[in-house]
Design a protein. Structure first.
Length: 401
């Protein structure tokens, strides 16, 4: 190969002695040509030292003419030591990275399951930077099937430096009522019944009637009467059976809620003053690229940018932390501003507690006293007014179906 050749011009007083010494030491001389009193030839780079010793022994003068890359490259790198060190570090890193996890992929379309599985993998040591031979795939798969919600099967494949987790999601089963304990449906509010969805049990209140909180709406005790002829007489016999009451009773009810907003509040104020600090992250280690952190009250916002090589994420990257300075100060609201903030609290309350109901009426009353604005809201709500209440019976008298 040309990259390993060294070309010379030599002048020797005794060519025969030179060639005998070369043959004795098994020195390979290639393309030997003569031009007057000079000879041209080339040798291979590994025999350079042997060639120089034979030239010294036979008093031969050797002048190098040209050399291949295998000879020139070490000399070039010697003058540019930084390139050599960088190449060595890169080669060492790529060699070591083969045994470490560079990326983790979870094959599922559900983002919630993907996030939960990645969190559980990280808790069990399967994350970027993990040592691949230490990963027990069978144990991790068993753990995911037992603990991960919504996962019926999991399989782990190790491909190069990537951990691929294949997930099969559970198919939700239809809700079934298997409990046999008898129950009633009772009212949760003082209300007026407007409609009913009843699947089991006996409605004991009529549509349009008013009920009090705790009053029975649907009974799980069913009384059946049957007439029989005994000794020529008609006798009516009754029997009780007990069932679980299943259904929903809808009605309208009233509620009153008061929201308070102080006219003076101590509030955190975030200023526009920001400071960025960076860390070099290598696997799980974070090396600060700064001397000192900012002092005082600061919020922190982190952002991580990983180094990618050929679209593959490596365990090396840069973490940037943005510090935003904040302080506390008293904020004074006018009466109108306080009323507006009280209405915002009202909207949050309605979104949390009345999201499955219909607000048919809303009367608002404001008053300002003791350094606060009070918003009293009188609601008229349409929604479910029933809840299940179980009851116990003696086994001797119970007949469940």
């Amino acid at each position: 190969m040309n990259i390993a050749r060294l070309y010379y011009k030599i002048v020797c007083p005794s060519p025969s002695a030179f060639f005998k010494a070369a043959k004795r030491e098994s020195l390979e001389l290639r393309s030997v040509t003569t031009h007057g009193g000079e000879m041209s030839l080339y040798i291979f780079f590994p025999q350079k030292r042997l060639f120089e010793e034979i030239c010294a022994e036979t008093h031969t003068e050797a002048e190098p003419v040209s050399a291949g890359a295998a000879y020139l490259l070490p000399r070039m790198l010697k003058r540019r030591i930084g390139i050599a060190i960088g190449a060595a570090i890169c080669a060492g890193f790529m060699l070591a990275a083969q045994n470490y996890v560079i990326s983790v992929e979870v094959l599922t379309d559900d983002p919630q399951i993907r996030s939960e599985v990645k969190h559980m993998l990280a808790e069990n040591g399967v994350k970027v930077g993990a040592y691949i031979p230490s990963i027990k795939c069978v144990n991790i798969e068993r753990m995911l099937k037992q603990r991960a919600e919504g996962v019926s099967w999991a399989g782990i494949t190790l491909t190069d430096s990537t951990v691929i987790v294949d997930i099969t999601e559970e198919i939700p089963k239809a809700e079934q009522h298997t409990e046999r304990m008898p129950s009633d449906l009772i009212a949760t509010h003082d209300a007026v019944i407007e409609s009913a969805e009843l699947y089991n049990g006996e409605l004991v209140k009529t549509i349009g009637s008013g009920v009090l909180r705790g009053e029975k709406l649907v009974s799980g005790t069913l009384i059946r009467e049957e007439e029989k002829e005994i000794d020529g007489k008609t006798v009516t016999e009754s029997a009780e059976k007990y069932v679980r009451s299943i259904g929903k009773i809808y009605g309208t009810y009233k509620e009153s809620v008061t929201f308070e907003q102080p006219l003076t509040e101590r509030k955190m104020i975030v200023s526009d003053e920001k400071t960025e600090k960076r860390y070099l992250r290598v696997f799980d280690a974070e090396i600060p690229l700064f001397i000192s952190r900012p002092r005082g009250n600061y919020t922190e916002d982190e952002e991580y940018s990983a180094l990618h090589i050929m679209d593959e994420q490596t365990p090396v990257g840069l973490k940037t932390v943005t510090y935003s300075k904040y302080g506390f100060e008293n904020v004074i609201y006018s009466k109108k501003q306080a009323e507006k903030r009280a209405e915002e609290k009202m909207k949050i309350y309605e979104a949390d507690f009345y999201k499955n109901c219909e607000i048919r009426k809303r009367d608002k009353h404001y008053k300002c006293e003791n350094g606060s604005v009070y918003l009293q809201v009188d609601y008229e709500i349409y929604g479910v007014i029933s809840r299940e209440s179980k009851f116990f019976i003696k086994k001797a008298k119970s007949t469940a179906f």
